[in-house]
Ligand binder design. Sequence first.
Ligand code: FAD
Length: 428
Amino acid sequence: MREAPILVVGAGPAGASAAATIAEAGLPVLLIEQRDQLGGAIHRQPAAGNEEHVWRPARHRRNWAALTARLQASAERIEIRTETIFLGVDSEGRFLFDDRHEACVFARRPRAAIIAVGAIETIRPFPGWELPGVMTAGGAQVLLKETGRPPEGPILLAGGGPLLPALAAQLAKAGNPPVAVLERGRPWNAPAALARLALSWAPMSEAAAYAAALAASRVPYRCGAVVTQAEPDGDGLKVSIRVGETQEPLLVRHLLIHDGIAPNRTGIPLPDPDGAVPILLAGDGREALGADAAILDGRRAAMQVLARLGHAERGAPSDERGLQRARDFQATLARALQAEPIVPPPETLICRCEGRSHADLAALAPDASAREIRLMGRFGLGACQGRFCGPMIAALRGQPLPTASPPRWPLRPVSVAALARLTIDETE
Ligand SMILES: Cc1cc2nc3c(=O)[nH]c(=O)nc-3n(C[C@H](O)[C@H](O)[C@H](O)COP(=O)(O)OP(=O)(O)OC[C@H]3O[C@@H](n4cnc5c(N)ncnc54)[C@H](O)[C@@H]3O)c2cc1C
């Protein structure tokens, strides 16, 4: 009988790093990725038949080339299944997958599992965020990376965080610079945090490259500026912007919004490093610390699994130090970009799936439990299961939406035809 593999879900930097580390130690790996290619959020490859590569800093390209070379060097020990979606774990430790390529569901019982499914974007709700023409900056970046083409017409980027200037620079290099980047924080009001950030060489040199690209295309980067409303206007949008006490309108075709990222935990099993089948989380899906830290975190998780199976030491202290540096950097960045919370008007949509507004949320008792918000308010009960509205509710009410425990599966819809072709592989 074949040796059961170590399962790694997600082939971004964290999953690729975990898979390579385990295979280099001589153990078989099953690497599952829902997309048709490896790379994750940051190294998203062009779609099939599209050669166009989006501009990205050399450091990230070098890191990805090193990871893919390691995967290739250990290829005989890594079974890679792309276009395959992790659906959940049953009560007997069988992990279920939907192979969209072969149109079948299969189950495997691995010796251990590392789940590295990355982060989700968060947004701050305002009237009109759900309109056509408004999308998340990360969603727009994925389109750009896959097609190489920026959206046509005037684009406005708004919200908070480092993805905004990164995407603005990529749009500029791809031929359609945005009309402006609106950052709601006021970093110039936090000089101590800015001074600390300046000591972090790699991310700051990356920020300087983005700033140079924006300056070359004359893209204004306005701090302390927030979108208060978006309304349909012909083929585009009329966006109301508040800067200090003044309101101004701006006509654009696309509004790209983003207010940070958070670990993707919806439906993901809880970590259980000491279980019969140890389950560990890695990368941004465990703690959103960025792409460099994801590589370290993938290795950290792999070393922990190897140690649990009696194959290695428990991990490198240098990885822990690197993760702590990334944590300090993210905390300092958050201080620099800190902004006043904004209460959205009552009509603002919060749950797009069920059409529930901020007024509906406010109508619930102030001490309503998270479960009451879900069951009585009908928030988070729609198709996305709270993936999108959950972080908004947490920010507005100061308490998270509960997730089903243990997580319900399937994590994503599966066709009956694929389920009918279920295969269970009981390798030990
Ligand atoms: C939208 C977005 C844009 C970003 N843009 C930038 C940027 O411009 N510059 C920058 O420095 N950093 C950026 N980041 C941060 C950076 O991408 C991450 O720090 C880094 O990619 C984290 O690596 P990871 O391996 O943890 O997760 P990811 O790179 O997100 O990899 C997770 C992988 O898991 C797969 N997956 C998820 N769910 C399943 C499932 N159920 N079954 C199978 N596979 C699954 C995904 O397809 C993905 O390939 C961005 C993050 C996001 C969310």
